[in-house]
Design a protein around this ligand. Structure first.
Ligand SMILES: [Zn+2]
Length: 280
């Protein structure tokens, strides 16, 4: 990076810090330390640091965040790749499955030489190649009622890429109980949905979907086009970055329904339910 370009980002970071002081002058606390980015970090994250809504403050927020990605499959791949690329400081990736030949069509973290390798390990290896400055922790396990509270405890955010109604309900309940923000999603064929949840403040997954549809399709015996999963997973990653930094409003109190066959995006509103067993 040229000195002038580096200087530009330094000035930008300082301008962001000054602007923040102007917006929040009355906070009775010690001033936040100045963003302490290395030259390599300034270069690695240059294309997001230059965004006026991102800047050094958001970079610091993601670098200090701990995020659990549940599932290293078709949705988990774009989610984990984008979060690692953006510099999320600690990424846990949870999956109890091994890479199968039929996964490679859409699960972009796994390659042909990975066949038979645990997905959590295969994913972690790629994420470490992408960004060696972050901590990646693979967990070869499945999120269930018994372990979900311990899994989400201490996380700043959970992104559920499991693709299973049962897991979504378990993860939603655990995140609501622990007050950990959550991004939910599902994809099927050429359609999907994305929903952000701020427990206790916005509708949770069970508020929006109180019961599993009796004829709900199962991921293993239904089809999905790779790019459709890529779109939904990318939207999940974007929601995660919004929740971690506050740079833009998340898709809360409802969900975004995406039909990629007709290219239609629809915001569907959902209210919190006072009788919700998870967040009520
Ligand atoms: Zn709820």
């Amino acid at each position: 990076m040229s000195n002038s370009r580096r200087g530009f980002f330094r000035e930008l970071a300082s301008a962001v810090a000054s602007a923040k002081d102007v917006i929040e002058p009355a906070a009775p606390r010690a001033p936040a330390p100045p963003p302490d980015l290395t030259e390599a970090e300034i270069e690695r994250y240059a294309r997001q640091l230059v965004l006026p809504e991102w800047g050094a403050a958001a970079q610091l927020a993601v670098s200090e965040a701990s995020v659990l990605v549940i599932g290293a499959g078709a949705l988990g791949a774009p989610v984990a790749l984008y979060l690692a690329g953006a510099g999320v400081g600690r990424i846990g990736i949870l999956d109890d499955d091994a890479v199968d030949l039929s996964d490679l069509q859409r699960q972009l973290l796994h390659f042909t030489p990975d066949l038979g390798v645990p997905k959590a390990e295969s994913a972690a290896a790629k994420l470490r190649y992408l960004n060696p400055d972050i901590v990646v922790e693979p967990y070869q396990a499945r999120a269930e009622a018994a372990n979900a509270p311990a899994l989400v405890e201490g996380q700043d955010l959970v992104v559920d890429c499991s693709g299973s109604f049962a897991t979504r309900y378990v993860v939603n309940a655990a995140c609501c109980a622990a007050r950990v923000p959550l991004v939910e999603a599902g994809v099927l064929g050429m359609a999907g949905l994305v929903m952000s949840i701020k427990p206790g403040r916005t509708a949770c997954y069970r508020c929006a979907f109180p019961v599993e549809p009796p004829d709900a399709p199962r991921g293993d015996d239904t089809g999905v086009l790779g790019p459709a999963a890529g779109v939904i997973g990318s939207l999940q990653a974007l929601e995660a970055l919004k929740l971690l930094t506050g740079v833009a409003p998340a898709i809360a109190d409802g969900f975004l329904q995406v039909d990629l066959a007709t290219s239609e995006f629809l915001r569907v509103h959902a209210d919190r339910r006072p009788d919700c067993p998870d967040c009520g």
